[in-house]
Design a protein around this ligand. Structure first.
Ligand SMILES: O=c1[nH]c(=O)c2ncn([C@@H]3O[C@H](COP(=O)(O)OP(=O)(O)OP(=O)(O)O)[C@@H](O)[C@H]3O)c2[nH]1
Ligand SMILES: [Mg+2]
Length: 252
């Protein structure tokens, strides 16, 4: 079995896609996407993710990556877990907070499970990331799901910028495992060979580090791939992802 450098991420969730692209932006892994509302079975997080991957592989007839996210309340023995989407839809964030009103224990875990399936009939492989936090009354921009009520280190996910969240999130941790696995499959690295070094003159613009002279760095301090850079008539401009996704700065 050979793993792909280009991943087809099947998801109906634009926020997930933006985060995955941002986190993998400098790794040499290309993320393509297809929006399909996959049927999700009941079961454990692992069973649901694997089943989702099989359905997606059958649908596209080739290698796919899917992801399932769970929010597990300690006091409720892991519930709502992978069913959080339905709870969020009906109860909203306030209702999720109220579910824990009778308990002192507000601890929760955000769990992200990626499932990679090489194709129809193949066994999916799982990569899981967990981040511990606690459930609080909502704070921050309500742009993504339950981000405003999941607090870690004094801030909710919604109060963090995408750089901060993507450094510690359940999704980041799961993608680190996926990346390591892909690197192993490709015998030591999926990133293309670096371009010849040019003058590096790092500046810090609004928390996003960039370099002048042709070298551009993302907020992880890694070089931005050339395909993310637009060559404008008068110099370099860097494409900005929208929403809470990746942000590049224009050094000009
Ligand atoms: O505040 C959040 N921060 C996150 O980091 C995050 N990741 C997922 N979610 C939400 O949790 C449910 C998971 O359900 P889910 O995994 O089935 O996703 P989905 O149905 O939206 O997409 P997909 O299954 O097509 O990929 C959905 O309501 C998602 O919006 C998040 N909310
Ligand atoms: Mg879903």
């Amino acid at each position: 079995m050979s793993a792909a450098k280009t991943l087809l991420f099947v998801t109906s969730n634009a926020n997930k896609l933006a985060e995955v692209k941002a986190i993998l932006a400098t790794t040499g892994i290309t993320v393509e996407s297809k929006s399909i509302e996959l049927i999700e079975i009941q079961g454990t997080i692992e069973e649901i993710s694997k089943d989702k991957a099989r359905r997606a592989a059958d649908n596209v007839g080739g290698p796919v990556l899917v992801e399932d996210t769970a929010l597990c309340f300690n006091a409720l023995k892991g519930l709502p877990g992978p069913y959080v989407k339905h709870f969020l839809k009906e109860l909203k964030n306030d209702g999720l907070v109220k579910m824990l009103a009778a308990y002192d224990d507000k601890r929760a875990q955000a769990v992200c499970t990626f499932a990679y399936c090489e194709g129809p009939g193949q066994e999916p492989i799982l990569f899981e990331g967990r981040t511990d936090g606690k459930i609080v009354r909502q704070r921050g921009e309500p742009t993504f799901g339950w981000d405003p009520i999941f607090e870690i280190g004094g801030s909710t996910y919604a109060e963090m910028d995408s750089y901060q969240k993507n450094k510690i999130s359940h999704r980041f941790k799961a993608l680190q495992k996926l990346k390591a696995w892909l690197e192993e499959k490709h015998g030591g690295g999926v990133a293309p060979p670096p371009a010849a070094p040019q003058r590096i003159d790092r500046r810090n613009l609004g928390g996003h580090e960039v370099a002048q002279g042709g070298n551009f760095f993302d907020s992880f301090g890694e070089e931005v791939k050339p395909r993310a850079i637009n060559i404008a008539g008068d110099g370099m401009g860097i494409r900005k992802e929208t929403g809470r996704g990746w942000q590049f700065d224009n050094p000009n």
